[in-house]
Design a binder for this molecule. Structure first.
Ligand code: SF4
Length: 397
């Protein structure tokens, strides 16, 4: 089955483009990314990406992508012309409602500004920390000085083009480092619309894993993440997904219906990532990119091989159980919660009231939603839900 045949082009389609190149390799990184690629390799890669975008836009009957996201790697490794060429192709049928690009602080330049005036609506920057020792510990390519310069430039970019800013921050480093200082400084000095806060994990085979640093254990990590959550709440950021915080834009939603509608408008949440969490279709192109496609009653998971010179797509049709598991897992990760209505309609399942409820979650209207820190146990909650849902016919109410 061909890649293109996995999507319903009459429905909104989001696009993810993976750029697997970086200036150097960070010590903790287990993603597929290639440091110091040759310029001919980057330009060949760009050409293939352009042709794949064209082949999708040709199917879309003149409609634009719903959202688009260029991630990596570090897309800032491409020249402004290469990045601009890709952005222009994505916008051939119109500008997506949200168009993000990732860039590391040392990569952003004044040359990129015109791309934000014409195409991008959002910059996602891998800041990670404002502590020189932490940046070195993580093996980041940019020094603190370069990081601060990138942050200043991103502020100018926002003032000039009105784009939204996301900054990535890594937490749960060794004890000598306090992520709370990073959070306070970043919010106070740069007020991003969005923050992605991750816990550092030691991935097997990475240089950091081999160093065996003394990192907080799982219990300590849970306490730390919960403290950062409280801090960000006080600073005006809503926790709307396990690792993601959006600057509040107005009064809190009064009811669950308003909460659901917030994902679409009047919010600083990342609409593109919300497509993944809401289990809607998106095409992912480029080496190691993943896609989810829906066509008729069928669902597909498509994975591209990790080969920047000649990636190939492998298509797997998802069975009922795989679809159900993905739907439940994604739904429980977000504040908007798991739609019990979709659980009924699309899967014929009910979460019976007499059954065990996952800790930290409650039923509100037609949704199973996390309360306070329910997010921090989303994976466990998914196991409980999957163990306790039943066919609709077996429920007593
Ligand atoms: S910049 Fe990102 S993708 Fe590249 S090596 Fe560092 S963590 Fe990995």
């Amino acid at each position: 089955m061909q890649f293109k045949d996995c999507f319903d082009f009459s429905e909104p389609l989001s696009l993810y483009i993976h750029i697997p190149f970086c200036k150097s390799k960070c010590s903790y990184c287990a993603f597929y990314s290639k440091p110091c690629a040759k310029s001919f390799e980057i330009s060949d890669y760009t050409e293939r990406i352009l042709s794949e975008i064209r082949s999708l836009t040709n199917e879309m009957g003149g409609r634009p992508f719903y959202t688009a996201y260029i991630g990596g790697g570090n897309p800032g490794v491409l020249s402004v012309e290469q990045l601009g060429g890709i952005a222009e192709e994505v916008c051939k049928n119109g500008r997506p409602v949200e168009f993000s690009v990732e860039m590391n602080p040392e990569s952003i330049s004044y040359g990129h500004f015109r791309l934000f005036e014409n195409f991008f609506t959002r910059l996602s920057m891998g800041v990670q920390s404002l502590n020189e020792r932490a940046l070195k510990f993580l093996g980041r390519n940019s020094s603190l000085k370069e990081t601060l310069k990138g942050l200043e430039l991103s502020q100018e970019l926002r003032n000039k083009t009105g784009c939204a800013l996301n900054y990535d921050i890594i937490s749960c480093l060794p004890e000598w480092h306090g992520t709370d200082n990073d959070i306070v400084k970043i919010v106070r000095d740069y007020a991003p619309e969005h923050i992605s806060l991750y816990a550092l994990t030691l991935e097997e085979g990475t240089p950091l894993f081999l160093q065996k640093p003394d990192l907080p254990d799982d219990d300590r990590q849970a306490v730390m993440l919960s403290e950062y959550r409280e801090l960000l709440d006080e600073l005006g950021y809503e926790h709307y997904e396990v690792s993601n915080y959006a600057k509040r834009t107005g009064a809190p939603a009064q009811n669950i219906l308003a909460e659901q509608n917030k994902s679409e408008k009047n919010t600083n949440r990342c609409l593109h990532n919300s497509v993944y969490w809401s289990y809607k279709q998106y095409a992912g192109i480029g080496a190691s990119a993943a896609s989810t496609g829906f066509k008729g009653s069928k669902a597909y998971r498509i994975e591209a091989s990790s080969d920047s010179r000649n990636w190939k797509y492998s298509v797997n049709e998802l069975g009922y159980t795989e679809k159900l598991e993905e739907f439940v897992l994604m739904g429980l990760r977000q504040k908007a919660g798991l739609s019990l209505e979709r659980l009924k309609k699309e899967f014929g399942k009910r979460l019976c009231p007499e059954k065990l409820m996952p800790a930290g979650y409650a039923i509100k209207g037609d949704y199973l939603v996390p309360e306070e820190e329910g997010f921090l146990t989303a994976d466990n909650a998914a196991i409980v839900v999957l163990d306790n849902i039943e066919d609709r016919a077996n429920c007593t109410d």
